[in-house]
Design a protein around this ligand. Sequence first.
Ligand code: IMP
Length: 423
Amino acid sequence: MSVSVVVGAQWGDEAKGKVVDLLAHEADYVVRYAGGSNAGHTVCVNGTTYKFHLIPSGILHPNATAVIADGVVMDLRAFVAEADALQAQGVDLSRLRIGLGVHLTMPYHRLLDELEESQVEGRIGTTKRGIGPTYGDKAWRIGVRVADLLDRDRFAQRVRRVLQRRNPTIQRVYNAKPIDADALIDEFAPYAERIRPYVCDAPHLLMGAVERGKRLLMEGAQGTLLDVDYGTYPYVTSSHPIAAGACLGTGIAPNRLSAIWGVAKAYTTRVGEGPFPTELTDAVGDRIRNRGREYGTTTGRARRVGWLDLVALRYAARVNGFTALAVTLLDVLSGFETLKVCVAYRLDGKTTREFIADAPALARCEPVYEELPGWREEIDGCRTLNELPANARAYLQFIEQAVGAPIRLVSVGPGREQTLWRD
Ligand code: IMP
């Protein structure tokens, strides 16, 4: 039995898609457990680039069943666009499964997300994909799920119920045009036929697979510091990207997890608002952004970039219980004379090595840096850890010691072959 989870160790965009793609070779099931089409995973195989937002990237592996489990929220329009694009690229979707309990992100969710983000005060910098309002309805118990969609009357009833609550907000709070329930039902009810072939009871499917000794790979979206409980609230997403979220989102019990991979960039990025102690707003930041092509897969937004924050990474290791680390985009750091890594924060005259998730307090933290020597050589052609310059190896060792989890994989480029493994 093996159940592995791949978790973002920072603020998302850690190149989890590549790590999942590498590990999926050995998986019978690849499972998305949280988030929705706010996520963006890019996988390059033999020169072809595939983009994923909702569908697990493990679908590229002919032996793996790809499951969108109940913790995910699904925008049907986005799903169909993604499914069509992948099918046009020759990807076989017959091994895709979608849980009955998946909540649907509807146009009123996107509208509410956009309206809320258009307010000057309190912006989160969301992806405007309707994620927060969808999880909000779920918690409020007025959400619409895949199981509802399969029965037109039940679907219509649920949509009317939620619009009775949401339309007054749209009209009176935001002064916007309400959503027409009939038109919405007419547009969305036919999606039932498009997704029916994929629908399954995901917890039963997955629990049964675990009991039969199948190998599962759970594909995290976003990152630990965006977790709604353990991230930098309110500048977070609305779900649980952390390893515990894999259990919540799939129904698999915590004691079944056998490997928890943390994926971290060799530096840090963040998209949207919120505190970021090691942020670089100078030419060094521009250089990292350009070399790392740090522009969002989902929104195209330029990402904020900064030095590696080991205080945050150690926190992520503790929250998730990483059994292995994957360090990605190490090649981006070539050419710097020295590299800074944040080893502590200064807050109100005191030094702390504990991460501070409270957003206003984190915003006041000053990073305490240690400087490590950089390396000049480009390393994207390296194929083993031994081929890396000594200073690159020393940089990795420094991370490993600070975080307390073994680095088992280093990525030096987007290709599958640009991966340095340590057994
Ligand atoms: P939401 O998930 O669209 O509600 O956005 C909430 C916060 O999470 C914002 O700061 C987004 O930029 C961030 N976020 C959501 N999804 C991703 C992702 O896939 N990568 C990086 N940041 C994300």
